[in-house]
Design a protein. Structure first.
Ligand code: ADP
Length: 457
């Protein structure tokens, strides 16, 4: 109603503007008796009628332009451009529409470009391997990438930061960043949930238009694995030096005795020479094991490609080790599979695996017992199980047995000529073959070490 009355008054104004000058001239002529009142009315009407039609025509043309503009605004990225098929009238409608079309194309290009940039940024944010949290001005998590969901084990991450991270040093750094204070942007701390994790957090502020719009980005870097590796390296060097130092000290001591007080004691010579030989072979065994371990680690990523029959490898190993078994008063038995178990493998490394496992079976089993080696194979997997009837291993030790230098009883292992590296070597070779080592043990009954390897299809 208001619209149509507004339209009416505007039209009236337009008609008045067109007719008033004609009316003034006509009234002036009427006063001079040059024309009559009828002629005055006719002149005013002659001016008002074209003004009425002109006004309506202009309004119609403007409405057409507005209609097209509205359509373009509603779908700025739509491809179709039908803006030029309007008819030209009193106004340069087509020129106007053409200009609008150019603006629209430029705008569309900008929008498409902005959208693709936003898509790239979102993808990058999601793909970043480190967990990232974006905090709003009230310290609430507004965005979190896939790595963050993984890190916190949560499908949704929302609410205050302290629901996820509450280390005082980090919160201090976050508060300082909100206040725009200069502090170290790297905070290192430990998180103790189910497992303890070492984390480095980087806090960066994103300045908004207003001071209150300040947002923060927290990037987390999980240092647990690298810290563990560094610790392992330190432990490894300490353990290896310790293992070498003991036999070396015995050797030096024996030499000093032979060169000093026992110089002329023939009986002592024999005892000390035997001791020196045992300690030298212990050192040489340790160095051999260390070298093979590092050699295996170098190649661990490349899976062997030769085809190996597991039965042949196991048979070869038992033939060599049988004499040692006899010396210890023990026997080795083998159960071979009906079908040859063919796998992709390195036969020298696999021999080392079975030598170490059978040798452990002989070393840690009861006197006069038997070590049983059985090979089973189905279409997918071959299993070689080495079962002894020894003292067994307590469950708490099982997860750590394949660590370098880990022994249940160090003195016993050294006495039996062990280096503490045998199972570590086994683990790395089996993992190079994309297999698994399974350990089952019952204290007082014995242990079974099973090597599972994928069959060569
Ligand atoms: P080691 O040279 O000491 O035998 P390994 O790495 O081969 O080193 O084995 C690590 C430890 O695991 C051994 O010291 C021993 O305590 C335990 N172990 C390995 N095999 C057996 C087994 N068959 N029975 C009982 N304990 C075993």
């Amino acid at each position: 109603m208001t619209d149509s009355s507004g339209y009416f008054w505007k039209m009236l104004m337009f008609i008045l503007i067109a007719t008033v000058p004609v009316g003034i001239v006509a009234v002036w002529l009427l006063n001079d008796d040059k024309i009559e009142i009828n002629t005055v009315l006719l002149l005013v009407l002659a001016a008002a009628l074209p003004a009425y039609f002109l006004y309506n025509r202009l309004v119609k043309e403007i409405l057409v332009v507005l209609g097209k503009m509205e359509k373009a605004v509603q779908s700025p990225t739509m491809e179709s451009d039908d803006v030029t098929n309007a008819r030209d009238g009193f106004l340069p409608v087509n020129d106007l529409l053409l200009m609008m079309q150019q603006y629209r194309r430029a705008l569309r290009r900008m929008l498409v470009e902005a959208k693709s940039r936003q898509d790239d940024a979102t993808m990058l944010f999601e793909m970043l391997p480190d967990p990232i949290l974006v905090l709003d001005e009230k310290r609430r998590v507004s965005q979190a990438n896939a790595a963050a969901h993984n890190f916190f084990g949560a499908e949704t991450i929302e609410g205050d930061l302290t629901s996820y991270l509450r280390h005082p040093n980090l919160l201090k750094a976050v508060d300082a960043a909100y206040k725009g204070q200069e502090v170290s942007d790297r905070v290192e701390f430990r998180m103790s949930d189910v497992v303890t994790r070492h984390v480095a957090a980087y806090v960066v502020s994103l300045d908004g238009e207003e001071e209150e719009d300040k947002r923060l980005i927290i990037t987390l870097h999980d240092l647990t694995a690298s810290k563990k590796m560094a610790q392992m390296r330190v432990d490894f060097v300490a353990n290896a030096s310790h293992e070498l130092r003991t036999p070396l000290a015995i050797l030096v001591g024996a030499l000093e005795t032979l060169m000093g007080p026992a110089r002329d004691d023939k009986q002592a010579h024999e005892r000390f020479f035997a001791m020196m030989q045992a300690q030298s072979s212990r050192m040489s065994q340790l160095i051999d094991d260390l070298l093979s371990l590092s050699q295996i680690e170098i190649n661990e990523h490349s899976r062997p490609s030769d085809t190996v029959n597991l039965a042949d490898v196991v048979q070869g190993v038992t033939d060599l080790i049988r004499t040692r078994a006899c010396d210890l008063g023990k026997t080795i038995s083998i159960d071979l599979p009906a079908q040859p178990a063919l796998i992709a493998g390195d036969s020298d490394q696999l021999s080392q695996v079975f030598t170490n496992l059978i040798d452990n079976g002989l070393k840690y089993s009861k006197p006069n017992s038997e070590v049983r080696v059985s090979i089973l194979a189905d279409g997918k997997e071959a299993r070689v199980a080495i079962k002894d009837s020894g003292e067994g291993i307590e469950e708490s030790h099982l997860p750590r047995l394949t660590e370098r230098f880990y022994r249940v009883d160090s003195d016993r292992s050294r006495e039996l000529g062990g280096t503490g590296l045998g199972l570590a070597i086994v683990k790395h070779i089996v993992s190079r073959h994309r297999g698994q080592l399974e350990i089952e043990s019952v204290v007082g009954e014995g242990s079974t070490f099973t090597v599972k390897l994928p069959i060569n299809s």
